[in-house]
Design a protein around this ligand. Sequence first.
Ligand code: FES
Length: 140
Amino acid sequence: MLYSEKVMEHFTNPRNVGEMPDANGVGEVGNAKCGDIMRMYLKIEDGIIKDVSFKTFGCGAAIATSSMATELIKGKSIEDALKLTNSAVVEALEGLPPVKIHCSVLAEQAVKAALSDYYTRLGIDPVPIVGVISDCEDCH
Ligand code: FES
């Protein structure tokens, strides 16, 4: 099978879906080539990701990686969330086909964009992040 059982499970039953009206960090990233968009909402209290949710307009792998990314950072410190890599998301999903690895990059960047927004709201210069993946040739 092309996708692992874990990917299929997170695609059909994604965790933490939806908008979060009282989020204090929101990040949106998009893949310019495939047009997929991922928005991540964070509620941070005392340096801890108390709650996280997402909305993704995208392929199945984008939905599965968003879902897994929320699970990996929920309850973690900002420092730990900043260390989340796309490879950690792929590993937790028991792999992705090579042409779908870029979808996991979107998940990593959405988390970082939301953390960046959190710092901006506090008036702190955020760590610069790349918001758009523009060199993806293999979408769809
Ligand atoms: Fe565009 Fe997956 S994020 S194909």
